[in-house]
Ligand binder design. Structure first.
Ligand SMILES: Nc1nc2c(c(=O)[nH]1)N[C@H]1C(S)=C(S)[C@@H](COP(=O)(O)OP(=O)(O)OC[C@H]3O[C@@H](n4cnc5c(=O)[nH]c(N)nc54)[C@H](O)[C@@H]3O)O[C@H]1N2
Ligand SMILES: Nc1nc2c(c(=O)[nH]1)N[C@H]1C(S)=C(S)[C@@H](COP(=O)(O)OP(=O)(O)OC[C@H]3O[C@@H](n4cnc5c(=O)[nH]c(N)nc54)[C@H](O)[C@@H]3O)O[C@H]1N2
Ligand SMILES: [Mo]
Length: 759
């Protein structure tokens, strides 16, 4: 324990279990009992059903009776709420007034029902007709330089919509296609691409039934991908050892009661998930992983000297990797003291973890935002790969690296062309298919889009879902800069803060959710998504639409495109909208390797696998080999330690999906009724001269002359390593400087933000 046994906010129960069912009924009450909702939940994540809009965890072919979790149910119920955010609501409230509402209260108004236009005279949204909205937006876009516009995507839109949106951007004339992935697993896309030649995970579901050990870094399964706990529970039963590195003792990784298992529910018995749990300091994983590698290398030295079987996979290292010698030198030249000081774990703890690794034949490495959202996030991932490469754990059954993705289709959107990097998109094929010359210059990612908006370079923003203004760093400066834009258009299901910070001309366009029936001229439509394990699934919504005025995302994107770009007989926006199978044909023609027979395979149980070269040990890297990383620094944090400086971790609660706040209970961490908390180790509280329950402020300690402060936070004792503090995203995003991001991918570093405490 990092807290010397002092009293901290905590929860004694396991993840899952009755608490998860109560968590649902507390928020939704009777809403969850409506027959149409029960029917929708019963179809969730099953072949031929609809694919959950919550996390990206895979949808297995041999599904459970109910293949959804507490948070998946919350996401569906939130979408299917009977509440409506109507023109009457907007007539009653000015935008300025709504800006003072909380994230929860805004979305809690329910589903948007009508296309709305900002009326600057009254400062209110007023209803408009779809055709007028498209025509007005198209006229504005045509008057602008395409390169002065940004098209953002949040990770929910389907493959079909994402493909059309990217095509629209390129026909119009830019590659400015940032998406939420730029704030999330972009570190993965860049690091894995550079180091093993494939920018996504190498593991498939079957690997979990063959592995011997799993190493978890900074991924909160119980809350952010709860269905994965079933897989982990089965692994543990098989004797697989799970070792976790996380500054916080997250419940799901400690113990789990399967809500689908009546015996476990009745007896309250739970499965112990992690056999070792290491509370690494935020930003300390490079050091921790290097320490483990150091032990593995030392064990190999001994084995070699004694003529026993080598610990390293020497043959693999020799034939399949580059850079091992340099890394080995770095390991030997790094003292245990340095390693212990940075990661906050002892040599014996790291050796215990490394022994599990060395003793296991097949190992899977799992990670999430705890590795990606750091200034040296690239090196975090590089070091985890190093550990795996040392024993040939990439490209082998039962082994591999598995980043756990966030939004349900965030990975897929990148697969079908949402990318600011032209080299990742088959532009020649697109040129040939549609008969236009796509722009070849690099577009902007999320941070670059923010920089451009601040500098006044961008005049228009179209958001395909999401809550950009709330999710990005540097809130105050960004909101001010935002209003200087000429045009902002938001395509959304529910009202959020990004709809209240507007350009001169603004539209709010309401769309269908994925659980709803999508009726087009060609009949009811299916869409598709790609999950975290690279499997593609069809999804059919059957629930009646929240309003007769809604359009599908695909129809809205096509409507905008048609009103903006010059007619071209090969751009059949209406025909594509009428029948999404035709969009899938285009995806197949653009990406024949991954999507051959796309329409025929759409409803393959368990999805169809798009393939991964690294899994086949084909290394599409510069050296033609898998590459070891030699880190230049042991800390993943961008600045050094200093007296009074803390490492702030921004967290998600159990009642939240990103900026969507369902409620104010973080059940599994024992924090109830508020999100305005400053979680601190009791020793740190004492040293800082603070008291439990005291209200304090955080100020950013970025030494760039900008004053960033968040006040009104209640000091709450919590089991965290000393020097690390935590609070909730998005409330604390104002403390994150725009320039504080991963060095390679520009992913904002939300997991070790340098801050000071002001009582
Ligand atoms: N219910 C629910 N599900 C979600 C989401 C949601 O908000 N709610 N969001 C979705 C999205 S978009 C994403 S990207 C994923 C996010 O899912 P995760 O990848 O799990 O992301 P976080 O919850 O931000 O944080 C992950 C963990 O990293 C730990 N951590 C922080 N700093 C460090 C560090 O330096 N080292 C290590 N080893 N660990 C660290 C934190 O304690 C936390 O447990 O979940 C998706 N699923
Ligand atoms: N400090 C800090 N900042 C972070 C993070 C962090 O851990 N710490 N996490 C980052 C991560 S991982 C991510 S992914 C981003 C999230 O950034 P975004 O993806 O931009 O944000 P969300 O909160 O997921 O978006 C919620 C909104 O999406 C809209 N929406 C919901 N469903 C649909 C739909 O089906 N269609 C459409 N068109 N709209 C819909 C609703 O209006 C809702 O209000 O935030 C990032 N920011
Ligand atoms: Mo994410």
């Amino acid at each position: 324990m990092a807290t010397d046994g002092e009293e901290t906010a905590h929860y004694d129960g396991p993840a899952g279990g009755w608490g998860s069912l109560r968590g649902i009924s507390r928020i939704f009450g009777d809403e969850s009992d409506r027959p149409s909702v029960v029917e929708t939940l019963a179809r969730q994540n099953k072949p031929g059903g609809f694919m959950c809009v919550s996390c990206a965890w895979t949808k297995p072919a041999d599904h459970h009776r109910l293949e959804f979790c507490e948070n998946g149910a919350k996401a569906t119920l939130w979408e299917l709420t009977p509440r409506r955010c109507t023109p009457e609501f907007f007539a009653e409230h000015t935008i300025a007034e709504l800006r003072n509402w909380t994230d929860h209260d805004l979305e809690h108004q329910g589903r948007l029902t009508h296309p709305m236009r900002l009326d600057s005279a009254s400062g209110k949204y007023v209803p408009c007709e779809w055709d007028d909205a498209f025509a007005a937006i198209g006229a504005e876009l045509r008057a602008l330089d395409p390169k002065a516009t940004v098209f953002y995507t949040s990770g929910r839109a389907s493959l079909e919509t994402a493909y059309l949106f990217a095509l629209f951007a390129r026909v119009y004339g830019h590659n400015n296609l940032p998406d939420c992935s730029n704030m999330c697993h972009e570190t993965t896309s860049v690091a894995l691409k550079k180091l093993i030649g494939a920018g996504v995970g190498t593991v498939v579901l079957e690997d979990f039934s063959k592995c011997d050990a799993i190493f978890f870094f900074g991924q909160n399964t119980g809350q952010n991908s709860p269905r994965f706990l079933h897989t982990l529970q089965e692994c543990v039963k098989r004797g697989v050892k799970i070792v976790t590195f996380n500054p916080i003792r997250e419940k799901g990784l400690e113990r789990f009661v399967n809500p689908q298992n009546p015996a476990q529910m009745l007896t309250g018995s739970s499965t112990e998930i992690s056999c070792q749990y290491h509370q690494v300091r935020a930003g300390g994983d490079i050091a921790g992983l290097l320490g483990m590698c150091k032990h593995v290398l030392a064990a190999d030295d001994v084995a070699k000297a004694e003529g026993r079987r080598r610990v390293l996979d020497v043959d693999f290292i020799q034939h399949h990797t580059a850079g091992f010698e340099e890394f080995a030198k770095k390991i030997r030249n790094t003292a245990w003291q340095e390693i212990e000081a940075e990661c906050g774990l002892s040599r014996s703890q790291l050796e215990a973890a490394a022994q599990v690794y060395a003793g296991a034949d097949r190992v899977i490495g799992i990670y999430g935002m705890g590795l990606t959202q750091h200034v040296h996030g690239f090196d975090n991932i590089g070091l985890l790969l190093n550990l795996l490469l040392m024993k040939g754990n990439i490209g082998r059954e039962g082994a591999g690296i598995s980043p756990i993705r966030g939004h349900s289709n965030v990975q897929g959107q990148r697969t079908v062309g949402i990318s600011e990097k032209p080299e990742l998109v088959p532009l020649d094929r697109i040129a040939a298919l549609f008969g236009f010359d796509p722009p070849r210059d690099k577009g902007v990612n999320t941070v670059e889009a923010c920089e451009g908006i601040r500098a006044g370079r961008f005049k228009a923003f179209i958001g395909l879902g999401g809550n950009f203004v709330r999710a990005i760093p540097e809130r105050d400066a960004m909101e001010q800069a935002w209003t200087k834009m000429r045009l902002t258009v938001q395509i959304a299901t529910k009202l959020n803060r990004s709809h209240l910070v507007n350009g001169e001309i603004a539209y709010l366009l309401p769309c269908l959710g994925r659980s709803e029936e999508d009726l087009q001229a060609g009949g009811p439509q299916a869409v598709s998504i790609e999950d975290s394990l690279s499997c593609i699934h069809g999804s059919v919504g059957k629930h009646k639409a929240a309003s007769e005025h809604l359009k599908s995302e695909a129809a809205i994107v096509a409507g905008l495109a048609k009103a903006t770009v010059a007619p071209n007989p090969r751009l059949q926006w209406d025909e594509w909208t009428a029948d999404y199978a035709r969009i899938r044909d285009l995806i197949e023609q653009t990406y024949p390797g991954m999507f051959h027979e796309f329409n025929q395979r759409l409803f393959t149980p368990g999805g169809f696998y798009k393939g991964n070269s690294a899994r086949e040990r084909i290394w599409k890297t510069k050296s033609g080999k898998a590459e070891f990383t030699t880190p230049k620094q042991l800390s993943a944090m961008g600045v050094g330690d200093a007296p009074g400086r803390y490492r702030l971790i921004t967290l998600r609660s159990n009642d939240q999906f990103n900026t969507t706040i369902y409620g104010y209970s973080d059940r599994m961490r024992g924090i109830e009724g508020t999100r305005d908390v400053l979680l601190m180790n009791p020793v740190d509280i004492r040293h800082a001269g603070l008291k439990e329950g005291q209200i304090a402020s955080l100020i950013s300690d970025a030494e760039d002359g900008i004053e960033r402060q968040i006040s009104g936070l209640t000091v709450t004792p919590f089991d965290l390593p000393e020097g690390c503090i935590a609070g909730y995203y998005p409330e604390l995003n104002g403390l994150l400087p725009l320039w504080y991001h991963d060095q390679e991918s520009m992913t904002p570093a939300g997991k070790a933000i340098p801050v000071r405490i002001r009582p």
